[in-house]
Ligand binder design. Structure first.
Ligand SMILES: [Zn+2]
Ligand SMILES: [Zn+2]
Length: 186
Protein backbone atom coordinates (compact mmCIF):
# COMPACT_ATOMS: atom_id res chain seq x y z
CA UNK A 1 0.00 0.00 0.00
CA UNK A 2 1.17 3.50 -0.90
CA UNK A 3 4.30 2.06 -2.47
CA UNK A 4 4.94 4.91 -4.97
CA UNK A 5 5.10 7.82 -2.50
CA UNK A 6 7.49 5.73 -0.43
CA UNK A 7 9.77 5.10 -3.42
CA UNK A 8 9.71 8.80 -4.31
CA UNK A 9 10.71 9.74 -0.80
CA UNK A 10 13.57 7.24 -0.91
CA UNK A 11 14.82 8.60 -4.26
CA UNK A 12 14.77 12.25 -3.22
CA UNK A 13 16.54 11.42 0.03
CA UNK A 14 19.22 9.53 -1.89
CA UNK A 15 19.66 12.45 -4.31
CA UNK A 16 19.98 15.00 -1.50
CA UNK A 17 22.54 12.81 0.21
CA UNK A 18 24.87 13.08 -2.79
CA UNK A 19 26.71 16.32 -3.32
CA UNK A 20 27.29 17.44 -6.86
CA UNK A 21 30.73 15.84 -7.27
CA UNK A 22 29.56 12.52 -5.97
CA UNK A 23 26.62 12.63 -8.30
CA UNK A 24 28.91 13.32 -11.29
CA UNK A 25 31.15 10.46 -10.18
CA UNK A 26 28.17 8.19 -9.87
CA UNK A 27 26.99 9.16 -13.36
CA UNK A 28 30.45 8.59 -14.82
CA UNK A 29 30.15 4.94 -13.84
CA UNK A 30 27.01 4.45 -15.84
CA UNK A 31 27.81 6.70 -18.84
CA UNK A 32 30.62 6.33 -21.36
CA UNK A 33 33.66 8.39 -20.42
CA UNK A 34 33.32 10.73 -23.41
CA UNK A 35 29.99 11.90 -22.04
CA UNK A 36 31.88 14.02 -19.54
CA UNK A 37 35.01 14.92 -21.44
CA UNK A 38 35.68 15.97 -25.01
CA UNK A 39 39.01 14.09 -25.08
CA UNK A 40 38.93 11.31 -27.61
CA UNK A 41 40.78 8.34 -26.15
CA UNK A 42 42.24 7.41 -29.52
CA UNK A 43 43.85 10.77 -30.25
CA UNK A 44 47.51 11.65 -29.78
CA UNK A 45 48.70 15.20 -29.21
CA UNK A 46 52.09 16.50 -30.17
CA UNK A 47 54.08 19.71 -30.43
CA UNK A 48 57.45 21.05 -31.53
CA UNK A 49 60.02 21.83 -28.84
CA UNK A 50 58.94 25.47 -28.40
CA UNK A 51 55.20 24.79 -28.68
CA UNK A 52 54.59 27.14 -31.64
CA UNK A 53 53.21 24.22 -33.70
CA UNK A 54 50.81 21.67 -32.23
CA UNK A 55 49.01 18.76 -33.83
CA UNK A 56 46.64 15.91 -33.11
CA UNK A 57 46.67 12.46 -34.68
CA UNK A 58 43.30 10.70 -34.62
CA UNK A 59 44.20 7.08 -35.01
CA UNK A 60 43.25 3.96 -33.08
CA UNK A 61 46.17 2.09 -34.63
CA UNK A 62 48.94 4.40 -33.51
CA UNK A 63 50.72 1.79 -31.45
CA UNK A 64 53.87 1.32 -33.50
CA UNK A 65 56.88 3.42 -34.36
CA UNK A 66 59.41 2.97 -37.14
CA UNK A 67 62.89 4.21 -37.91
CA UNK A 68 64.01 5.53 -41.26
CA UNK A 69 67.72 5.19 -41.96
CA UNK A 70 67.77 7.14 -45.22
CA UNK A 71 70.48 9.79 -45.49
CA UNK A 72 68.03 12.70 -45.49
CA UNK A 73 66.42 11.50 -42.26
CA UNK A 74 69.85 11.14 -40.68
CA UNK A 75 70.78 14.73 -41.51
CA UNK A 76 67.32 16.18 -40.93
CA UNK A 77 66.90 14.66 -37.47
CA UNK A 78 70.54 14.99 -36.53
CA UNK A 79 70.77 11.25 -35.92
CA UNK A 80 68.03 8.64 -35.96
CA UNK A 81 64.55 9.57 -37.19
CA UNK A 82 61.98 7.60 -35.17
CA UNK A 83 58.48 8.22 -36.46
CA UNK A 84 54.81 7.31 -36.19
CA UNK A 85 52.75 7.12 -39.39
CA UNK A 86 49.21 8.32 -39.93
CA UNK A 87 46.96 9.96 -42.50
CA UNK A 88 44.55 11.28 -39.87
CA UNK A 89 46.32 14.43 -38.84
CA UNK A 90 45.14 17.84 -37.70
CA UNK A 91 47.93 20.44 -37.60
CA UNK A 92 47.38 23.78 -35.84
CA UNK A 93 49.44 26.94 -36.32
CA UNK A 94 50.54 25.88 -39.80
CA UNK A 95 51.76 29.44 -40.38
CA UNK A 96 54.63 28.63 -37.98
CA UNK A 97 55.82 25.75 -40.18
CA UNK A 98 58.26 25.81 -43.06
CA UNK A 99 57.85 23.02 -45.59
CA UNK A 100 60.31 21.89 -48.22
CA UNK A 101 60.41 19.13 -50.80
CA UNK A 102 63.18 16.77 -49.83
CA UNK A 103 62.58 14.84 -53.04
CA UNK A 104 59.95 14.74 -55.76
CA UNK A 105 57.94 12.30 -53.64
CA UNK A 106 58.18 13.63 -50.07
CA UNK A 107 57.68 16.92 -48.24
CA UNK A 108 59.10 17.83 -44.85
CA UNK A 109 58.03 20.39 -42.27
CA UNK A 110 59.88 22.03 -39.41
CA UNK A 111 59.09 24.76 -36.88
CA UNK A 112 60.31 28.20 -37.93
CA UNK A 113 61.26 29.09 -34.36
CA UNK A 114 62.85 26.00 -32.81
CA UNK A 115 63.60 23.93 -35.92
CA UNK A 116 62.01 20.72 -34.60
CA UNK A 117 61.69 18.08 -37.32
CA UNK A 118 57.94 17.61 -37.26
CA UNK A 119 56.96 15.46 -40.18
CA UNK A 120 57.81 13.95 -43.53
CA UNK A 121 54.78 13.52 -45.81
CA UNK A 122 54.60 11.12 -48.73
CA UNK A 123 53.45 13.10 -51.77
CA UNK A 124 53.93 10.54 -54.57
CA UNK A 125 50.68 9.19 -56.07
CA UNK A 126 49.80 5.78 -54.70
CA UNK A 127 48.40 4.09 -51.60
CA UNK A 128 50.86 5.87 -49.28
CA UNK A 129 50.11 9.38 -50.56
CA UNK A 130 49.22 11.79 -47.74
CA UNK A 131 50.74 9.67 -45.02
CA UNK A 132 52.55 11.79 -42.44
CA UNK A 133 55.58 10.46 -40.60
CA UNK A 134 55.73 12.49 -37.40
CA UNK A 135 58.88 12.57 -35.33
CA UNK A 136 57.88 10.31 -32.44
CA UNK A 137 59.72 12.54 -30.01
CA UNK A 138 57.27 15.37 -30.76
CA UNK A 139 54.39 13.31 -29.34
CA UNK A 140 53.49 14.38 -25.82
CA UNK A 141 53.37 10.78 -24.69
CA UNK A 142 54.78 7.82 -26.61
CA UNK A 143 55.94 5.63 -23.76
CA UNK A 144 53.64 2.77 -24.84
CA UNK A 145 54.46 2.96 -28.56
CA UNK A 146 56.75 0.15 -29.66
CA UNK A 147 59.45 0.14 -32.32
CA UNK A 148 58.27 -2.34 -34.97
CA UNK A 149 59.93 -1.43 -38.23
CA UNK A 150 63.14 -0.12 -39.77
CA UNK A 151 63.25 1.12 -43.32
CA UNK A 152 66.13 1.97 -45.63
CA UNK A 153 67.91 -0.62 -43.51
CA UNK A 154 70.64 -0.84 -46.16
CA UNK A 155 71.48 2.82 -45.42
CA UNK A 156 71.93 2.32 -41.67
CA UNK A 157 75.41 3.16 -40.34
CA UNK A 158 77.26 0.17 -38.89
CA UNK A 159 77.81 1.85 -35.53
CA UNK A 160 74.46 0.96 -33.98
CA UNK A 161 71.78 -1.68 -34.17
CA UNK A 162 68.16 -1.84 -32.99
CA UNK A 163 68.13 -5.58 -32.54
CA UNK A 164 65.55 -6.14 -29.84
CA UNK A 165 62.29 -5.16 -31.50
CA UNK A 166 61.99 -8.18 -33.80
CA UNK A 167 59.99 -6.17 -36.33
CA UNK A 168 60.18 -5.64 -40.07
CA UNK A 169 63.32 -4.46 -41.81
CA UNK A 170 62.99 -3.11 -45.35
CA UNK A 171 65.60 -2.06 -47.87
CA UNK A 172 65.53 1.06 -50.00
CA UNK A 173 64.35 -0.91 -53.05
CA UNK A 174 61.49 -2.47 -51.09
CA UNK A 175 60.37 0.95 -49.87
CA UNK A 176 60.54 2.46 -53.36
CA UNK A 177 58.36 -0.37 -54.63
CA UNK A 178 55.82 0.44 -51.92
CA UNK A 179 55.96 4.24 -51.85
CA UNK A 180 56.69 5.08 -55.46
CA UNK A 181 60.02 6.82 -54.87
CA UNK A 182 62.90 6.47 -57.24
CA UNK A 183 66.05 8.17 -56.09
CA UNK A 184 68.47 7.65 -53.26
CA UNK A 185 67.06 10.54 -51.25
CA UNK A 186 63.82 10.83 -49.40
ZN1 LIG B 1 58.81 25.22 -32.34
ZN1 LIG C 1 64.10 8.74 -44.27
Amino acid sequence: MHAMPFVRLLCSTAFLALDCNSFQKFLSHIRPRHYFTSRNMSSFDGACACGAVTYTIQDDDLKEAAICHCKVCQAWSGGVFVYVASKHVDIKNKENLTTWNSSDWAERAFCQTCGSSLYCKITAPGPMQGEHHFGAGTLKDWKDIKLKKEIFIDRKPNGYEFVEHGGTKMTMEEIFALWGGSDDQK
